[in-house]
Design a protein around this ligand. Structure first.
Ligand SMILES: Cc1cc2nc3c(=O)[nH]c(=O)nc-3n(C[C@H](O)[C@H](O)[C@H](O)COP(=O)(O)O)c2cc1C
Length: 237
């Protein structure tokens, strides 16, 4: 497993393959119903589990939800969303007070996505409906729910991000796409009740996984990234 690159594969090909896997990942918000083999999901998670973590703590725990269990979870979340019954999240994902430049990026992303779907600013009903697609896992046959022991510290959440990115990048190697979803941590009680997860765990987020519906325009959305000079400074002298 640690023996990284097969000797006869050229370095250029490896570089291109890695780049393709990283840059072809995108948050996919429409999936085909085509199922994903359990063995493939296991292989993906095994690969992702090689992620680094401080002192090799490996804080990740994954619930793979498919079939009728997936449908039950979706129905329970969707019902709560439609009833407008918010739960208290277990951690703050976003800043408590939004400010520039983050609020600007957030707005550009939200309006960009909704604009592509023909949802006008201020159309709350259509916005809520699109948000509700999170709870249908955008049609994906697989949803992963990620939990962490409540007593772990912020460093373990840093480790967790590397594990999550590994899943999404490795998924590309199997022709799969993904959407990481903080929205699935909006209803921690429902998720825990559905999956029999104890309160010693926190719901980190979820992830929809499956094959992209390439016909759906939502998957053409490409939010802008910063130019290099917006986030990099060199210190040489
Ligand atoms: C931890 C995390 C949680 C996210 N939660 C959601 C979510 O709940 N729903 C959603 O549609 N997108 C979600 N996203 C996707 C982001 O909106 C997306 O990554 C960002 O706009 C950049 O687009 P890209 O992933 O297509 O490159 C999340 C991304 C991350 C990393």
């Amino acid at each position: 497993m640690n023996d990284t690159v097969t000797p006869h594969v050229s370095a250029a090909l490896v570089a291109q393959t890695v780049k393709n896997a990283i840059t072809s990942r995108k948050s996919t918000r429409a999936f085909l119903s085509h199922p994903v083999e359990d063995s493939l999901i296991d292989e993906l998670l095994q690969i992702a589990g090689t992620a680094p973590s401080g002192s090799n703590v490996q804080p990740w725990q994954v619930h793979v939800v498919t079939g009728p269990a997936r449908d039950r979870l979706s129905q329970a979340l969707l019902a709560a969303h439609q009833a407008g019954e918010p739960e208290a999240r277990e951690y703050h994902y976003y800043p408590r007070k939004w400010r520039s430049p983050y609020i600007d990026r957030r707005r550009a992303t939200g309006w960009g996505l909704y604009g592509l779907l023909g949802i006008e600013k201020g159309d709350r009903e259509a916005s809520a409906r699109q948000h509700g697609r999170n709870y249908e896992f955008f049609g994906a046959p697989v949803v992963l729910i990620f939990t962490i022991d409540r007593d772990l510290e912020v460093g373990s959440w840093l480790d967790y991000g590397m594990f999550l990115q590994n899943i999404m990048v490795a998924a590309r190697g199997f022709g799969l796409h993904s959407c990481p979803q903080a929205a699935l941590a909006n209803y921690p009680k429902i998720v825990k009740q559905q999956l029999g997860i104890g309160d010693d765990q926190m719901i980190v987020c979820g992830m929809s996984l499956g094959y992209e519906d390439t016909q759906d325009p939502v998957n053409r959305f490409q939010p802008r990234r910063m130019a290099l000079d917006e986030f990099v400074r060199h210190h040489r002298e």
